[in-house]
Design a protein around this ligand. Structure first.
Ligand code: MN
Length: 289
């Protein structure tokens, strides 16, 4: 398939935190209408607290604004599926299943995010038990998701946010252990910029198991104003004929989800105008893919 044909199929999305810090009906309407107006095909909705996302309201909104949506799942210390405390693993599994339920109920098919452990700074490397608990829990979630036609895309995040794995290569080893057909790798240029040998190798290592992409700058602000080599990254996506979703992810202290923004250390105000940010990001991505 030629690159030009490839790009017409690609779906571009924006993370909901570009527009809104929560998913109340008012915030959701603002985010969905803004994403649609900016020309995006889908919106990525934070489902870390599934009970705060109304799937019926969401489904109606998506239809109204001709969008689809993916669900970004995040675990915290109390819901860590890699924990040696089984009550935390169980709480994580419960959160995971409810997030899958919500996504399926709005008609979605994709869960993404750092779903292999809690998103937090760890003081030691993961133990064998941590890893095995994570693998077991992810298998459980994957089977539950498969019944609802949902795929799980595990985001590879940097060393300050996970101790299980930090590169695509490590992710592929973990993926083999999990051994489920509906689990894929999710790469994020922000994390790749910290951990990978450049912006190409990780993409090639994931290959046809790459299921989801976050496009984010090294400081998480405007694309093209930081250190990420996006030409190399999109070139690598072309090399593997990637046709999956591409989601712009950016955070600023101007739009805040109290739990996620703190976990990601969003202390700085990198932008204030969501519309300007989102419009420029989409143009930037489309110029390259
Ligand atoms: Mn990300």
């Amino acid at each position: 398939m030629a690159d030009s044909e490839n790009s017409t199929d690609v779906q571009f999305g924006g993370h909901s935190l570009v527009w809104a810090g929560d998913w109340s009906p008012e915030s959701a309407r603002f985010a969905a209408s803004s994403a649609s107006r900016a020309g995006y095909n889908f919106i990525e909705i934070l489902v870390a607290e599934p009970e705060k996302v109304d799937p019926v309201m969401t489904k109606d909104l998506l239809e109204e604004f001709n969008l689809t949506a993916t669900g970004c799942l995040v675990f915290n210390g109390d819901t860590d599926i890699s924990s040696t405390d089984t009550s935390k693993v169980d709480a994580g599994l419960d959160r995971g299943r409810r997030a899958i339920d919500v996504v399926a109920a709005w008609g979605g098919t994709i869960i993404d995010g750092p779903i292999t452990a809690s998103l937090q700074p760890f003081e030691q490397p993961a133990s064998k038990e941590n890893r095995q608990n994570s693998v077991n829990a992810l298998r459980d979630m994957a089977d539950y998701a498969a019944d609802k036609g949902v795929s799980l895309n595990m985001e590879i995040v940097n060393r300050y946010e996970s101790n299980l794995m930090n590169t695509a290569k490590e992710g592929m080893v973990y993926l083999e252990e999990v051994d489920r057909p509906n689990v894929f790798i999710h790469l994020d240029t922000y994390h790749m910029n910290i951990e990978e040998d450049g912006m190409v190798e990780g993409v090639l290592a994931a290959g046809d198991r790459l299921g989801y992409v976050h496009v984010g700058e090294s400081h998480r602000g405007y694309l093209g104003t930081g250190n990420v080599d996006f030409d190399a990254f999109f070139g690598a996506l072309k090399q593997i004929n990637y046709t999956g979703p591409i989601a712009f992810e950016s955070f600023s202290s101007a739009v805040v989800d109290p739990a996620l923004s703190d976990a990601l250390r969003i202390w700085r105000n990198l932008w204030t105008d969501s519309d300007d940010l989102a419009t420029k990001a989409l143009a930037y991505m489309k110029e390259r893919y």
